[in-house]
Design a protein around this ligand. Structure first.
Ligand code: TRP
Length: 458
């Protein structure tokens, strides 16, 4: 297949590349080749960036524990934008991850003033029923919850609050003297959402990926910082040795660390007041000496592996001693869909989006009214061709309504060459969306019956 066009690359990726440099988000394209069966969102560059997703890939590749977690604010109707997060949760569940979905009712109540009753009914009717209809599965490793009802999350939020102060969160979220305390609390609750899959109850520290829109990155960054601040030890590579620094670990814990390392490490263990150095006196690592340098790991040679191994030892020690040992959470970021009226797709603007519970005929009509990449006149369009990269309808196809990459490339080419007109295209997409919604809504009926399997009594 020799096709030069890149219809996905064309859709606004440039607007997002700024995020890479400015905020330290990594490009997803760089790690895409490591996935043998990437989700279409990944393949089509809809998921464009990540933080630390390597940790999750590593776990997937080695069949080690990992989790996926995300949340939904129950402020209104769930639309196709929310569906992306749902699909990303489900995909990671299918890859073997523990799966967590939160209804962010505390956030909706605190920030948007939504009553608890509405939080509950929106949460269930709009979000959870669709999540299940799309393929979220129940089981011991599957967790759906309302923030307000999960006291482990709430307790963790309180604990995290010890590590975050007012100036810092104000700088991130623009809080001022007028900001309500509950709003600030809900920020800690979201961090607790993100970190709680690593609590002992769920099997302890592990890689966790948070699929979100790029606007949620400040939460991720803050939470990664908090995860780090909750640690008792900091393990770092140094020139020729590994440094383990106690972060207010206390003398007792430092002693335990020293004992443990002396037991495990066959090189030199040098203890100082607040840190310990591991010195590879034999240079095992550098000369690729097959002799073990760790008592219980005889094939651990790579320096990078050693750092991870020491970190894991320290993490275990921390959790044994009542600490958390959190790994910094990973995240993946997807592009937003353009609203049907241009601009951002928004829950509060009904014409801009199509809800998952929308009447299918009405949805079709919205498509017929939507902004396309068409030209001023038919003649002009025939001459110049359309601009699919500016078309909200084409975007729907790329994001949701075509499984077939080749078909998309063909549609893209036909549009650009002026063969395919907006009227025809709209009718086609309207039909697809109607079919999709009829099917999804049928699946929702079945999903509703299954709520008790997820511990939800509607
Ligand atoms: N704040 C998110 C939103 O505005 C919702 C949310 C709550 C969330 N907890 C989360 C997202 C945990 C990701 C992870 O939609």
């Amino acid at each position: 297949m020799e096709l030069k066009l890149d219809p996905w690359g064309a859709v606004h990726v440039d607007d997002y590349s700024r995020l890479f440099d400015e905020f330290g988000i990594s490009s997803f394209a760089d790690i895409l080749p490591r996935l043998s069966h990437p989700h279409p969102y990944m393949r089509r560059k809809i998921i464009f960036g990540h933080r630390n997703y390597d940790s999750v890939l590593h776990a997937i590749e080695r069949h080690e524990p990992f989790a996926v977690m995300s949340g939904f604010m129950p402020t209104g109707r769930a639309h196709f934008g929310h569906m992306m997060v749902m699909n990303e949760i489900i995909w990671h569940q299918q890859q073997g991850g523990d799966a967590f979905a939160a209804v962010a009712d505390m956030e909706a109540h605190a920030v948007r003033g939504i009553s608890w009753e509405r939080c509950r009914s929106y949460g269930i009717d709009e979000y959870l029923v669709s999540l299940i209809a799309l393929g979220f599965e129940p089981g011991p490793k599957s967790h759906i919850y309302f923030q307000s009802e999960d006291y482990q999350v709430r307790d963790l939020a309180f604990e995290l609050g010890r590590e975050a102060n007012f100036s810092e969160v104000s700088a991130i979220y623009g809080f001022s003297g007028e900001t309500h305390i509950s709003h600030m609390e809900s920020v800690m609750v979201q961090s607790a959402d993100i970190l709680h899959p690593q609590l002992e109850e769920y099997g302890g520290p592990k890689p966790v990926v948070i699929p979100v829109g790029a606007d949620q990155d400040p939460h991720i960054k803050l939470t990664r910082d908090l995860a780090y601040r909750m640690r008792k030890f900091l393990v770092e590579p140094r020139e020729g040795y590994i440094s383990i620094r106690g972060k207010a670990a206390g003398q007792e814990l430092m002693q335990k660390a020293e004992d443990l390392l002396k037991e495990e490490y066959l090189g030199e263990v040098k203890r100082y007041e607040e840190h310990i150095d591991l010195i590879d006196t034999q240079n095992h690592v550098r000369i690729n000496d097959p002799l073990p340098i760790w008592r219980n790991r005889n094939n651990l040679i790579e320096y990078r592996d050693q750092i991870d191994y020491v970190d894991q030892l320290m993490r275990n020690l921390e959790t044994e001693q009542g600490g958390f040992g959190f790994l910094p959470p990973a995240s993946i970021y997807h592009r937003f869909m353009t609203g049907l009226t241009g601009g951002k797709m928004s829950s509060s603007k009904p014409e801009s989006h199509i809800a998952l519970t929308e009447d299918p005929k009405e949805a079709g009509k919205k498509i017929m009214r939507a902004i396309t990449g068409g030209r001023q006149s038919l003649a002009e369009q025939k001459k110049l061709g359309g601009e699919p990269e500016k078309c909200s309808i084409y975007e729907f196809l790329v994001f949701h309504l075509s499984d077939d990459d080749k078909e998309l490339l063909e549609l893209d080419a036909q549009c650009r060459s002026g063969q395919r007109m907006c009227g025809t295209c709209k009718k086609d997409v309207a039909e697809r969306i109607e079919r999709f919604l009829v099917e999804h809504q049928r699946a929702r009926l079945a999903a509703r019956e299954r709520l008790p399997e997820f511990g939800i009594i509607a």
